[in-house]
Structures are given as C-alpha cells and as structure tokens.
Unconditional design. Structure first.
Length: 303
C-alpha cells in the first residue's frame, strides 16, 4: 500500500476543517490563535501525527519554503519498535513527509545514541522509515561536538553538535517511557541526544539539566510519541510485558505541558517530575495539559 500524502490522509480521517487556518476572520492568523498543544488518540502513529499537527495549524505554520529542518527523535537504544525504547519510526516518517510537503529544502533526522549507532538506527526502524520518507539520516558521533555556551544553571558550556544548531527549524520527537534515574524520559530529556561529551555526569542533576537544555535549544515544535509506552525497566527495557499501548500522540509548542502529559501516561503526577516546576518557573511553558488551549482529538470519532 502506498503512503498517503498529508492532504489525502486528512481527507481520509475527515479533519480538513481544523487544518491550516491561514486566515482568522479575514485577518492573518497569529500564534495566539492556535492551541498550545493537541492530543490525538486511537489510531496508528502516522494518522495520529497528521491529526495532531493539523490541529496546530499544519506544518506550514512551522516550516517555510526552503528551510532546513532537524528532527530529533529518541534513537538511543538497539531495540525494536514494539519494545518502546525509541520513538516510533512511523511517527518520525510522518514528520519528515509533513516538513517536505510544507516546503522544507532539507530534512535531517539525527541523534547521539547510547548503544552502537548502526544497530540503534537499524533495529529502531527509524533509519529506513526516515530515508524512505525523504530525509537525510545522520549519526551524531561522539567527539564531534563543538563547545558552546549553554548559559544554564548546571550547564555553563558543553559540546553541542553543529547539525542541531545549523537547522532553521528544530522538531523534538521524543518517546514517553520509564527511566530508572529520572522516572521518565520525555521531551526535555530527549535533548541529551543533541549534545556530546560525558553525558553520564549530567545525571547528578537531571531536572535542572533538562531545563537548561530545553531553554537552550527551544524547539519550534515538540511531538511526543505515546503510541506504546515502556512503563518499567527503562530507559531500554526489552520485555514486551513492560509495554502498554495508549495509542496517543501529543504535539505542540509548550514543552512543559507535553512533558506533563507524557508523565500522566506513566501515572506520574507533575510533582513526581521536578523538572516540570523548574521549567514553568523559567517561563518555558505551563504544566496544565488539560486546559481549553489544548485540543483533545479522537481519531476514532473523526468522519
């Protein structure tokens, strides 16, 4: 079966009415006209990604003609998609197609893995899916980072990969899962894969490090994979009995709300994730993911 285009998919699931609101009452749309986030449930990863992005105003809101786009999934582990350790390859591929359809001149998919990069990229399914969708796939290899001023409370200076910094548009595409040290790996912690150096040292203060990194990279868009969630023995896991299947994707411009929602998939309250309060205090977003400015969408009810 061939891949559906974005417009074909939106017509198929019947969401054209919420897609791409270029004009609002005869005027050009502003950022405040859009929701902070959109939560799409009850379908496959590709459909949920298309639905959530459409509810935000479409990828054209974030990507302009000719721009370079860097998509940063979690590809940290040499695990299969069903094990829930990495971002779902179908979600990543959908983001690549959306960015190219919006006019991107180049789309790069990259991560600094924990296990062997060749094995991680292959077993995760992300390399094949991203290339098939039209992306350039890059391994962010240790030793190539360039020292930059992060300016955080924990991170003053740290080596960062230039591929991340050179992109016009940054899309954070994490997976929601359990983590033995921080209780959860979500969007803000996903930026550990955008830096070089001795990252293990940063586990001494994970909450503030997450906030420092989120404040430095400031993604244009975050898309959280909650289609299947590793709820125990993370960050790598391996046992399929440790994986649940919420069938949900959340996309938005508020990384704090997205991480708070991701925590809820693991039955974690905001107080269980100290980086959320720190991030809210630094103005990165709001913990509330259930407000009126968060769209709740059920793909099963779209027609």
């Amino acid at each position: 079966m061939r891949n559906l285009s974005r417009r074909e998919m939106l017509r198929h699931i019947g969401v054209s009415a919420i897609g791409l609101p270029v004009l609002m009452g005869g005027r050009q749309a502003k950022a405040t006209d859009y929701p902070r986030g959109a939560i799409a449930r009850n379908s496959d990863p590709e459909t949920l990604t298309y639905l959530a992005i459409a509810a935000l105003g479409g990828m054209e809101r974030f990507v302009k003609d000719g721009q370079s786009v860097l998509i940063k999934p979690n590809i940290g582990w040499d695990s299969r998609p069903e094990q829930g350790a990495n971002s779902h390859p179908a979600m990543v591929a959908a983001l690549v197609r959306l960015a190219l359809d919006a006019g991107a001149g180049k789309v790069v998919v990259a991560d600094n893995t924990c296990n062997n990069p060749q094995r991680c990229y292959k077993l995760s399914g992300i390399e094949k899916a991203a290339k098939g969708a039209g992306a350039k796939v890059i391994h962010l290899r240790s030793g190539r980072g360039e020292e930059k001023t992060i300016g955080g409370k924990v991170l003053g200076k740290w080596p960062v990969f230039r591929e991340i910094l050179e992109a016009d548009v940054l899309i954070n595409a994490p997976v929601a899962k359990h983590h033995s040290a921080s209780r959860a790996t979500l969007g803000m912690k996903n930026w550990y894969g955008a830096i070089d150096g001795q990252r293990g040292q940063l586990h001494q203060n994970i909450p503030q490090t997450c906030v420092d990194l989120a404040n430095y990279f400031k993604p244009h868009l975050t898309v959280l994979d909650g289609t299947r969630v590793l709820v125990r023995n993370g960050p790598k896991g391996g046992n399929l009995d440790d994986v649940i299947h919420p069938q949900v994707v959340m996309a938005g411009t508020d990384p704090v709300a997205i991480d708070a929602f991701g925590g809820s998939l693991l039955d974690l309250a905001p107080a269980d994730l100290p980086h959320l309060a720190l991030a809210e205090q630094e103005g990165l977003g709001k913990i509330d993911w259930q407000g009126d400015d968060i769209r709740q969408l059920d793909a099963a009810k779209q027609h």
